[in-house]
Write a protein that binds this ligand. Structure first.
Ligand code: FAD
Length: 444
């Protein structure tokens, strides 16, 4: 392999899960010049939980970043899908088999642990340089061989132009890199409103020391989903069972009127309680633990599949190219798979010509695009099934839940379905990339 390949200058916009994994995986492959530009002052830790599925754990372990994350995570033994209104159980699915089948248990954790595990891994690599508090503006792809953008320090420092050999746009759902890339291609793929929004809530153990029911949930190893028409709540313990994390999905009424670019906002507690007013007392109690002024609501947006993720020596990563509804808990996992595959594809370039770089990035796209987009579609379908109102479709869904209780069958909550898990967790993206690179590269 040409030594010069590892000297290529790689700029990454965004230090979310996609950008951090790309940086770490590239450094582990021996790349020496990796610069990460992040608008936020630091990793901007969001107080929320995240599911750490086996396909994510496998990649992180391969990058030596898993042990630290795992130390604070909670093993999930089973999941319970319940009727929001009366807390009756629709389905109970055991998940202990996952470790034996896929090498890693299904785990859940705090976003802070995941981001810091990746960041701490990056900090050990001298090849990676972080530029926090620095916005990437005026992304310019007019020169096919040298993409550029203006790095604008937020502390008032002098803006400067960055011209890397390879530009990775890991800049999330509002990606400026995607906008410029699509403009160059002359295509329009707008961000699509899903008409859904999410509250994210964390309840600390010491807040509910006199609430045995909630204490049992915090101390347990279960993911619980309470479902109702057009709404549901998913909840699980994180941070070594010291915090109970809730994430809701509901019709987006609070943002509906807003046409600006706001995706998250402080929500109103009475409005949140109103959305779940007909859910059972247990749920009401949990929601009531949230202090006034600490309700945070997210707007959930996606976009249609893009025609491509790659333009010359530029590639998109994570939510910039495949934002998803959270119902399969795979958004970050897929961004992490992107980073791992990108690094393998770039490390195997035969030379540093623009043609080879572009071909290498297109191999990345070939391995990743179909899979990520299929999971986006499946997450949306699973959400539709969970949110059904009265009618034939709901009756059929509940018949499937009942059949599941009696024996076997598909789980309408696709996240808990063994066939879906095989498709998602059984896919070793690193192995696939390593084994198929040569053949795919030769085909282009
Ligand atoms: C309610 C909810 C629950 C979820 N649960 C799960 C789950 O359980 N499991 C899971 O795997 N996924 C989950 N996800 C999805 C997951 O959070 C996202 O898919 C993932 O974080 C995307 O990572 P990313 O790095 O692509 O983008 P982001 O995390 O959005 O990171 C993009 C980064 O780029 C920076 N940036 C943007 N523009 C610029 C610029 N111009 N200059 C400099 N910096 C810039 C931003 O500041 C940001 O830090 C959930 C999502 C939601 C909304």
């Amino acid at each position: 392999m040409s030594a010069a390949v590892k000297d290529l200058k790689i700029a990454i916009i965004g230090a979310g899960m996609g950008g951090l994994t790309s940086a770490l995986a590239l450094a582990r492959q021996g790349f020496k010049n990796i610069d990460v530009y992040e608008y936020a002052v630091d990793l901007g830790f969001v107080g929320a939980g995240i599911q750490l599925a086996p396909n994510m754990a496998r990649v992180l372990d391969g990058l030596d970043a898993w042990k630290e994350i795992e130390a604070e995570a909670v093993h999930i033994d089973d999941t319970s899908v319940r009727v929001g209104a009366d807390d009756s159980e629709l389905a109970h699915v055991k998940l202990e088999y996952i470790k034996g089948e896929y090498g890693y248990p299904h785990m859940v954790g705090h976003r802070h642990s995941l981001a810091s595990g990746l960041y701490n891994g990056c900090k050990k690599e001298s090849a990676i340089k972080f530029h926090f508090s620095t916005g990437a503006e005026d992304v310019d792809l007019s020169d096919a061989t040298k993409p550029s953008f203006k790095a604008v320090p937020r502390d008032g420092g002098e803006p400067y132009v960055v011209r890397p050999d390879i530009l990775l746009g890991a800049d999330g759902i509002k990606s400026k890199t995607r906008v410029e890339l699509l403009e160059r291609l002359g295509v329009q793929v707008g961000v699509k409103d899903t008409n859904q929004a999410a509250y994210r809530i964390m309840i600390h153990k010491d807040q509910c020391k006199d609430d045995p029911e909630l204490l049992a949930l915090i101390s347990g190893n279960r993911v619980t989903r309470w479902i109702g028409e057009k709404r549901h709540i998913i909840a699980y313990p994180v941070s070594n069972n010291t915090i109970y994390n809730l994430s809701t999905t509901q019709p987006d009424t609070n943002f509906a009127a807003a046409t600006n670019a706001t995706y998250t906002t402080k929500g109103s507690k009475p409005a949140m309680l109103g959305v779940f007013a007909d859910f059972c007392p247990m749920v009401q109690r949990m929601l009531n633990y949230v202090p006034d002024g600490e309700v945070c609501e997210w707007k959930l947006r996606v976009h249609e599949p893009l025609p491509t993720w790659v333009y010359h020596s530029v590639a998109l990563v994570g939510d910039a190219c495949h934002p998803t509804l959270p119902h399969l808990a795979q958004g970050a996992a897929q961004a992490i798979e992107d980073g791992a595959v990108l690094a393998i594809a770039l490390a195997r370039l035969p030379d540093t010509t623009p043609e080879s770089i572009n071909k290498g990035l297109r191999v990345y796209e070939k391995i990743r695009k179909g899979r990520a987009e299929a999971l986006v579609e499946l997450a949306a379908a699973s959400g539709r099934a969970l949110h059904l109102g009265e009618g034939a479709a709901k009756e059929e869904r509940d018949r499937q839940f009942a059949a599941l209780k009696a024996g076997k069958g598909p789980v309408p909550d696709k996240w808990a379905d063994a066939d879906v898990q095989r498709e998602i967790y059984g896919f070793d993206c690193t192995k696939v990339a390593e084994e198929s690179f040569d053949e795919l590269f030769a085909q282009l």
